[in-house]
Design a protein around this ligand. Sequence first.
Ligand code: IMP
Length: 426
Amino acid sequence: MSAVVLVGAQWGDEGKGKITDFLAEKANCVVRYQGGSNAGHTVEVSQEKFMLHLIPSGILYPETLCVIGNGVVVDMGKLIEEIDGLQKRGIDTSNLRISLRSPVVMPYHKRIDELEDRHTGIGTTKRGIGPAYADKINRIGFRMGDILTGGKCFRERFKAQIEYKNRIMEEIYQEDGFDYQQMLEEIFGQAEQLKKYLADTSYLVYTAIKEGKKVLFEGAQGTLLDIDHGTYPYVTSSHPIAGGACVGTGIGPTNISKVLGVAKAYTTRVGEGPFPTELNDFQGEILRDKGQEYGTTTGRPRRCGWLDTVILRYAVRINGLTDLAITKLDVLDSFPTIKICVAYRYKGQLLTEFPNNITILDDCEPEYIELPGWQEDITAASSMEDLPVNARAYVAKIEELTGVKAAIIAVGPKRKQTIVNSLLFT
Ligand code: IMP
């Protein structure tokens, strides 16, 4: 059995796209289990850059089965755009499958997301993610299968929902509402285009695992953006953590063999909320410039700071990480010294565990250790032996502080700029 869950160990944007792409080459099946078009993975293949939002990174390999699981909220318009964009560049999308149980992101979800965010100040991606998940939990949402089936019952529920949303738009936000007929035609048209991809994906993934195929569960966002275990309320509305892979695909936990946590060699976050190791100085600028830290989905500059191993240890615990992938190590190339946060100082007390509450986190000062930098270009390294001794020491320190071995180390965005210490798929 070989099923690996890949999760972001920080606040998202850990460079998961590159690692997923690397593992997808070996996988028979790649599965997205949460999030939606708020995610943005950049994959570089022989001078070409691909930006993926909803489609699993495995799509770049023609033989790989790519699954959008039931835990993903699907913006049909965006998905069609993404499929068309890939096809225009000669990528075969016939191996894509979408769960019949996936909730649909409706145009009203996106509008409400925008309006609500003005009040909450979460800094969402405005992709309708929160409102779509809220409707799912409230049992007033619509799944891909509902739209495909259509029929009287669906139309009645949909009409009632539009009326309800229009009251919110008009009475709370003093904005125009939505036209039922127009939206109905739009979503029926989109569902018709996606029909051929719809399937009982839980069965497909289960069968793949039972047949001994290599299955990769591709997490979007990251541990600290998890709705339950992240820095609430500055989180997304899904479960990026490893447990989310089971719920979001309909696969039991005993089918999972490994959990790979992807962590950048430093820390970034987008949107609002506390960030203890944030650097608001020239060092943060260096990380942003060299690491090209701008959102794939929104283009927003990311906040940057030193590596925080309190966060990484938390990610080890919450996800049950068996392995680490450390990305963008080369971004640290120019620093004469590099800091690692090992604990927090909170009102004179030393905290070694990640706090449960952002009010506490907001008042936490990082306790650092300092390591010498390597100050040389490592982008051509292809094994640990190629790395300067200080870069190796940096990786070893992360392993020591987290208790987890680095299976993969990325030293640049290209596929070949990857050091592999252990094979994830057996
Ligand atoms: P939402 O997922 O659009 O509701 O946004 C909620 C929070 O999650 C915001 O702080 C976003 O910036 C953050 N977020 C959502 N998706 C990503 C991602 O792919 N990378 C990093 N942050 C994200």
